[in-house]
Design a protein around this ligand. Sequence first.
Ligand code: 5AD
Ligand code: SF4
Length: 447
Amino acid sequence: MEKKIYIETYGCQMNFSDSEIVASIITEKGYSAAEKADDADIIFINTCSIRENAEQKVFNRLKQLQHLRKNKPDLVLGVLGCMAERMKTSLLEEDQMGGMRVDMVVGPDAYRDLPQLLLDVESGQKAVNVILSSEETYADISPVRYASNGVSAFISIMRGCENFCTYCVVPFTRGKERSRDPKTILREARLLFQQGYREITLLGQNVNSYRFREDQNDTIWSFPVLMMAVAEIDSSLRVRFATSHPKDMSDELLEVIAAFPNICKAIHLPAQSGSSTVLRRMNRKYTREDYLDRIEAIRRIIPECAISTDIIAGFCGETEDEHQETISLMKNVEYDFAYMFKYSERPGTLAAKKYPDDIPEKVKSQRLQEIINLQNELSLKSNQTDIGKVFEVLVEGKSRKSDKRVSGRNSQNKVVVFDDNGYKPGDYVQVKVVECSSATLKGMAVK
Ligand code: 5AD
Ligand code: SF4
């Protein structure tokens, strides 16, 4: 009988994109998808290591899943992704895992090996492949978009990261930076468009350092060149990208974003901190002034652009003054949106080796709360300035709160909710904003 697989994904968009690659690799080998974990013969947990609480969540879930073994002694439980890479075979040691059993450990560059690893497990062995590759981009694999809304899709265009921000585990879990052949990216994007998708997000840990050299004709594909080629597929295909590093946010890229109406006017530009001394300890390779120079360039070249960020509160040695510099940076930029975190020391990172995690938990929490409160105000202010404006909204589906309303996003990546006049996912609708909260715009279709 056909074995059923269930994939559960934690972490970043890249991980969700990887799960679609995993689904493709295993369905080709005749495994089918289970609707829920309880119905599966094989469960893969695609994991994240970015902060300790991300790993804690996975441990709790692994523990919860153990009870399924009572009725299904042959259940295969596989840990995939960043935790697999970070923790390797220790995940298979039941005594180190508080008695929990894991059968497979597979790192982010080893998914082509999954069918063989599954055979190994079926023959009674535990299976591991955590080899990182300097070349693997899964370029030829067509992702199975099993959890898709049929409107927006991710295309992974590069993998890995070599920036070595001192707090970050990603260079260790995802290895060297490598860019995918643009021909395969464009093929995937065209196919998605033909299938009815209307929004593509180009993904990479450090997407704007994308660089591919075509040896045949000695051409270099930079990120702006690739963006342009994707945007030219069709003017009704929106293009987004995530995540970018401020050091690679060139004027050339900003000019391409400005020139194409279908390249979305939303830039996620993680600052992490507003203090140059903290940024140096983080090895971010820019100062507060450099960062503000890029913000100024965005405002000048793309005036209608939304800007979002990531902020870490309570990094090693952060003084109250340094924290206040983050607050002042946020006020200065007036971010539309932000992801905000407490610093979490990750084993093996440069910060873990070099700097003590010396900000008391209470202080970290206070600083994070101050950052969150400020961002709530900034997000509300940003949304309030949209009242009265008309935006083109790409409909994604019914609103979560009411099936009489639909929900979609504008170019600035803000969620807009409005009355459903029989719209379908994938429709573009002109919507006038009439009301807002700090999280959502409410509007009325015009025309
Ligand atoms: N602690 C807290 N936040 C972190 N991030 C990355 N590493 C850590 C860490 N050790 C945050 C950064 C990054 C986002 C994806 O997660 O802000 O941009
Ligand atoms: Fe988490 Fe980073 Fe791995 Fe994504 S790349 S899953 S954010 S650790």
